[in-house]
Design a protein around this ligand. Structure first.
Ligand code: NAD
Length: 416
């Protein structure tokens, strides 16, 4: 069976790009490993009076292009290797959208679904006390990720400010707007992905206003993609959506705003009036122009890739396509907009939040959208040009762009 250790996968992806780029051995070895990693044991008093000890991590993968940046996950399966892999992917993500940040990630092995709000607050504050010396706007800046929220970011920022006795809103991003969060963070991931689809349509000759689209996964990323696709691309026909309970389809089009409302009210897409049921697997094989995987990893594999008909696949989810499927889709002529480029809108607006916090002046929503559009469009064009010139599939091309940028920064600093 293939090794599914995510850090090994991240290293293999880098190896492929290093080979294609002819990267020297020292730089390649340096980029295969985190520069720094921290492990903590955090004792927390629970509501029943007993103390529980949590295992926690922070990985600063590479800081050649700037302070490291990346989310904090609270998950029962969190391990040092998942955190290392996610920190590596953050490094390539920040580099592909050309923001002056490195990559980092944090994690706590815990099950927040079994914790009360007061226990979560104590864990958040204790994590910050453990890691505070390694963080800061010029060092490393966390953000929300799986099972961590703007409220958790608020507690952590507050603890950091108590430790330092002064204001430091930029130490963490994804905060509520009332205490230094940015406008436009909520829909930034889907918005960035739709900007990439718009640019890809220009290159492939697809008319986005007439294109059909489908979405797998109907949470934050999927719901915003449904409405923003129509809004930004001036039309398009949404023919199917799904969530963990199953999917629905309607050939002549589903109203995106209506199905978002239905999902928010009922907690499902199943049963949306006028639609017929469709499984998650069949949805991926529908004959639509644009497919948005926005749920889980590993859903497009060598088994179903030959049946995929979409011309454009915009990966809002992390890791939906396996390496073998990438090759098959490339040969078939489907254009994959790879996850660490297509879903980089979120970290880009987090970076804008950090910038606004640093000069204590806040932008309007329009400014956020204009700046995000510019970053995403530039990223798409850099990756697409490399894909054409090097005859590499889009994910490999994205790696080539990012690794070249990070390697250049390492060399200029005299590290390798
Ligand atoms: P979410 O929890 O809000 O939504 C996930 C959705 O996927 C839910 O609708 C859920 O029902 C659905 N789902 C779960 N299992 C499914 C299955 N087997 N088949 C079909 N649907 C299923 O999460 P999100 O924030 O929208 O994130 C979705 C993906 O996008 C994840 O891979 C995440 O890592 C990635 N992502 C999100 C952001 C962001 O800013 N939200 C940023 C970068 C990457």
């Amino acid at each position: 069976m293939a090794d599914l250790n995510p850090f090994k996968i991240a290293q293999q992806q880098l190896d492929e790009a290093a080979k294609k780029l002819g990267l020297d051995a020292a730089t390649h070895e340096f980029l295969r490993w985190p520069q720094r990693e921290f492990r903590f044991t955090i004792p927390v008093k629970m509501d029943n009076g007993r103390t529980r000890v949590f295992h926690a991590y922070r990985v600063q993968y590479n800081s050649a292009r700037g302070p490291t940046k990346g989310g904090l996950r609270w998950h029962p399966d969190e391990t040092i290797d998942t955190v290392r892999a996610l920190a590596a992917w953050m490094t390539w993500k920040c580099a592909v959208v050309n923001i002056p940040l490195g990559g980092g990630k944090g994690g706590v092995t815990c099950n927040p679904k079994e914790m009360t709000e007061t226990e979560k607050e104590r864990l958040a504050r204790a994590y910050m006390r453990a890691v505070a010396r390694q963080l800061g706007v010029h060092r490393d800046v966390p953000a929300p990720d799986v099972y961590t929220t703007p409220q958790i970011m608020a507690w952590m920022m507050d603890e950091f400010e108590i430790i330092h006795g002064e204001s430091h809103p930029g130490v963490i991003t994804g905060k509520p707007i009332a205490i230094g969060g940015s406008q436009g963070r909520g829909d930034a991931t889907a918005r960035g992905g739709v900007y990439c689809v718009r640019e890809a349509c220009k290159k492939t000759g697809l008319d986005p206003s007439k294109a059909t689209y489908a979405i797998q996964g109907f949470g934050n990323a999927g719901q915003y993609a449904a409405t923003l696709h129509k809004e930004i691309l001036g039309g398009g026909r949404l023919v199917a959506v799904s969530d963990s309970r199953g999917g629905v389809m309607k050939k002549d089009g589903i109203d995106p705003a209506e199905i978002v409302r239905y999902k928010l009210e009922s907690g499902k897409v199943e049963g949306f009036p006028g639609t017929t049921p469709i499984s998650n697997e069949d949805l991926l094989e529908l004959d639509v122009d644009v497919m948005y995987p926005a749920a889980l990893e590993g859903v497009i594999t060598e088994r179903n890739a030959p049946n995929i008909k979409s011309k454009l696949i915009c990966e809002l989810a992390n890791g939906p396509t396996t390496p073998a499927a990438d090759e098959i889709l490339h040969k078939k002529g489907s254009l994959v907009l790879p996850d660490f480029m297509a879903n980089a809108g979120g970290v880009t607006v987090s970076y804008f939040e950090q910038v606004q916090n640093t000069y204590n002046y806040y932008w309007g929503l329009e400014d956020v959208h204009t700046q995000l559009d510019r970053r995403m469009t530039d990223a798409f064009n850099a990756v697409y040009d490399t894909h054409k010139k090097a005859n590499a599939h889009m994910r490999l091309a994205a790696y080539m762009v990012s690794v070249t940028r990070v390697a250049e920064a390492c060399k200029l600093r005299g590290w390798v």
